[in-house]
Each structure stands twice: as C-alpha cells, then as structure tokens.
Design a binder for this molecule. Structure first.
Ligand code: GDP
Ligand code: CA
Length: 358
C-alpha cells in the first residue's frame, strides 16, 4: 500500500503520525512487506505501507545566515519523537542561549526565537546546501538520523518563500506593502489583513525529484488537515502538481482543518478570508473542487475524490455528495496518537470507498 500525504507543519505532523500508526496496525511489517523491519525511532511499529509526505516549503526562509524549513522540521521532529509536544513546535528539552546572543548582536528577528538544538538542524542544513546539495537531498540526509517510518520530500527545491501583500497604510505596516509570511504570521499573528499571498519564483519552480511520481504512483493520496492556503495551497501551486493529482489513478481524499466553522488551531481563517473562502468545512472542499466535476465539464479543475468532515459538520455531507464528492463525517480532533490514527483510518476508508465507487 502506497500512501502519499500532502502536508504542512503542525497539523500535518499530527496527521502523519496518525497515518503511520494506522498503517502499522492495518499493514504490519512482515505481512507482505519487508520482513523484520524495525520500529520507528519513537517506538511506532513498522508497517509494510510506503508512506511519502510531500511537505510545504512556502514557510521556508533565510534568517541569521541559515536556511529554515519550519514545516519540514516540524514533521521531522514529531516523527522522530524529539519534538516538544507540550509547546506544539520545536525540539523537546530546548534551550535558547544562542538566540540570546544573536539578539545582543542585533542579528535575526528578536520575535523569532531559534532554539539551540533547532539551530543545530539549520546549521547542518545550511552547511550541506553550501556543499552544493539540493534542499531535497539535504532533507534526505536529515532523515537518515532517525528511523521515521515515512519518507519526507520537500515539495520543491526552488525557494518559493511565501510573501503576504498588505496595505502600507495599515498602522502596523511600517509603510511596507509586503511581508515575509513568517513576519506576518509570527510577529503580527496574522492581524494585518492579507491582500494576497505570493510565492517567489513559482513560475520557474519544479517539483522536487520523486514528488510527482509519489502522487501518480500512489494507491491513496491524502490532503492533511493543513492550512488550505499557505500549506496545501502552496504545494498545489507548484507547476505540475495539480496535473499529477489529476493524473493519478489513486483516490484523492482531504481532511477538513475546519470544525464547526472554526480553525482548530492557529489562524488559517485569516488566510482563507484573504482568498475569499469562507471558514467552513464544506467551503474548503468546494475550494479544492471535486475531481468528478470534470466528467460533466472537461474544463473543471477539481482535485478531490473525497472530503472528510467532523461530525459537527455532518449536515454538509449530502450537499457535497450531490456536488460529486465522496463525503463522510468522523471525529476530526487530533488529541493524541489514538485520535490521530482513528482520523487517518477514516480518511483511508473514505479513499478506498471512493476508489471502489461505494
Ligand atoms: P502549520 O504549518 O504549522 O500552520 O500547520 P498546518 O498547515 O499543517 O496545519 C494548520 C491547520 O491544522 C490549521 O488550519 C488547523 O485548523 C488544523 N488543525 C490543527 N489541529 C487539528 C486537529 O486536531 N484536527 C483538525 N481537523 N485540524 C487541525
Ligand atoms: Ca507552516
């Protein structure tokens, strides 16, 4: 079973841990896969499923002389079991001595703290980039340190850092009409209205090696309940990836990041409103569009075979089915590994049902 997941950082990491756990339960290693495969670094049992995660790179940036890939690192740390589960991001047992020094030197952003252990990752990455490795080659090397039980691939090797267009007359804009996504998100907590999102060099970006094949050759493609605009949206905007999703014979199923008209964690509503999409589970599904719509209108560009909503939003299921989606409801709150695995299981079930036309 080949499962490919499109994912952002924190929501993505919770979901992918669930997919890995669910795969270990359904398809334990040895059944039809590598015999005697070892468990993942955090103790998760091995499975015969091949899980590939296409990771958002829109949040990446250069800061204090190093290259940061926040969503990739969130996934890396969470899957290795070295993340700070309480805080929700970064490394467990982190210290901030170097950050305090950088602040004294006036280097970097004082409101964007890089932990010491985390900086170790950024230094390793930057060092390998300076040696001439591509970001996806670096990503492959970083993953060798831990047995993750999944393969993480940055969506693209091109630097497509997201910038947010804002009104320079806004009191907090300091006269600027554009901010790096991280400044808008972390410093301003998405409180300056976004007029739009732009990814650098998108027109010349190429999907990283292996990304298109991971989508086209998958048995199941899942969209994590990640930010639909700046996480999944950025991945989808890389030339060739929408085409790969259209071409795959695998069912494509998304999980709603919106429950009962609210984002579960974070401020994704500020991103949705900027692109004119309501903060509503069914509205996000319609934003991605139904793949089946192309059967009646060849110019339709829908991506999804199925959409999984929370039980709170079950009333929207019949309308989505009428619009060509396979739709179902399940508990979508990922509170711990078990709830994440149950959610992943519901998404896989919906995908298999969509494939079989149930
Ligand atoms: P980021 O890169 O760290 O912003 O994380 P992602 O883009 O992967 O995910 C952010 C999205 O995850 C937010 O829009 C949340 O609504 C969603 N999210 C976070 N926790 C949960 C959860 O427990 N269940 C669901 N369904 N969505 C969640
Ligand atoms: Ca992110």
């Amino acid at each position: 079973m080949k499962i490919t997941v499109l994912a952002g950082g924190v929501g993505g990491a919770r979901f992918v841990r669930g997919v890995r756990e669910e795969a270990a339960r359904r398809w334990p290693a040895g059944a039809d896969g590598p015999a005697g495969a070892e468990p993942a670094a955090d103790g998760t049992a091995a499975s015969s499923a091949e899980i590939t995660v296409v990771v958002n790179t829109g949040d990446d940036l250069w800061l204090s002389g190093v290259r940061l890939m926040p969503d990739f690192d969130s996934l890396l740390y969470a899957l290795a079991g070295v993340n700070d589960a309480e805080r929700g991001w970064g490394r467990a047992g982190e210290t901030e001595r170097v950050a305090a020094e950088l602040r004294e030197w006036g280097v970097g952003w004082p409101w964007f703290t890089l932990g010491d252990l985390d900086l170790g990752t950024h230094l390793a990455r930057t060092s390998w980039l300076r040696d001439g490795l591509t970001p996806s080659e670096v990503a492959e090397r970083l993953q060798r340190r831990w047995r993750l039980g999944v393969r993480l691939i940055p969506a693209t090797d091109t630097e497509v850092d997201t910038h947010v267009r804002i009104d320079p007359a806004h009191p907090d804009a300091e006269g600027r009409d554009e901010l790096h996504f991280q400044e808008w998100w972390t410093r301003h907590r998405a409180a300056i209205p976004a007029l739009g999102f732009e990814q650098r060099d998108l027109a010349v970006a190429l999907a990283a090696p292996g990304v298109e094949a991971a989508i086209v050759d998958a048995d199941v493609v899942l969209l994590a309940p990640s930010n639909p605009v700046v996480s999944i949206g950025t991945i989808l905007s890389i030339p060739g990836l929408r085409e790969a999703l259209a071409a795959t014979s695998a069912p494509v199923v998304g999980v709603s990041p919106i429950i009962g008209g609210r984002v579960v964690r974070g401020m994704a509503d500020a991103c949705l409103s900027a692109i004119g999409v309501e903060t509503d589970a069914a509205a996000v599904a319609r934003h991605y569009g139904a793949r089946r719509a192309a059967d009646v209108d060849p110019s339709a560009t829908g991506l999804l075979d199925g959409w999984l909503l929370d039980e709170t939003d079950a009333a929207a299921v019949p309308g989505l089915i009428a619009d060509g989606f396979a739709a179902a409801s399940a508990p979508l709150w990922m509170r711990d590994l078990d709830t994440s695995a149950a959610l992943a299981g519901a998404a896989i079930d919906l995908a298999l049902a969509a494939r079989d036309g149930v």
